[in-house]
Design a binder for this molecule. Sequence first.
Ligand SMILES: [Fe+2]
Length: 306
Amino acid sequence: MTAPGLTTNRAPFIEEVRGKGEIYIGQPYELYSEENQDTWRRLFARIKPKWQKYANPKFMEGVNNLAMDPNAVPKLDDINKFLCPLSGFSAKAVSGYVPAFLFFDCLRNRAFPTTITIRDGKNLDYLPEPDIFHDVAGHVPMHTDKLFADVLVRFGEVAHTAAEMVADIPDEHERVRRVESILKAMARFFWFTIEFGLMKRSGGGLCVYGSGLLSSCGEIEHCMESPEVQRFPFQLEWVINQYFEIHHYQPLLFVVDSFDHLFEEVDRLEAWMKDGKLNNVSPGEPHANEADLKSFLHAGASSVKA
Ligand SMILES: [Fe+2]
């Protein structure tokens, strides 16, 4: 039997820190097994040619600027030495799932909650949850770009506005219902942009900036080449009402013009929220769990008291 190392879903270290209720943790680098390192090497080698073909140019710049080692699981401290001076962002190690408001609040403070475990090497393709390859190879290169980093910060600000707005609602049942709807709209926006967004390429055609696509060797090609994928210009009214499923390739994707355009859409999301347009978005996925809802309600309650 191989050493468990820091393999997703079977890392004793993660179980231990979660057992203590710790969300923000260190990265005990010595725990990565040789199999973990080999998994990183194979994932990186497979995806690099796909990045060169399909990724947004800013993403490729980011990969180079971070001096990411194709042969070793990245040390977050090393990544941050290159990342912080470029955009003020840093990758912050977490023990796993982070409740929604805390996640967005980290973005507002230019920290990106980052998983440190890596998927099982026997199953490179299918992964329903983030691992360090998704988070560091898929997300973090985009954070080197100032415009993109500002989009994430703005998203965090929208979460704050949401928490403050719902805190003013006297009726508890209505307060919870409102948070559920707003959170659904925000999660859908995040999904169809930061995770699965496409962008117009200057000079024609499309490129990929969404991290779910940039970290999937199969889907990055499928999303650009398959005639079965629907690709439409980004429409806020559609995106916030569109359910999604996480267990298969995405059949529907939205295209933004630029990162300036994306920033403007986050502004619009906040304006729509203030106008009440996110209070009754269509039902369906994703469903917020209790910890997500509580994180927003608690944040709102404490900001009212402050
Ligand atoms: Fe992600």
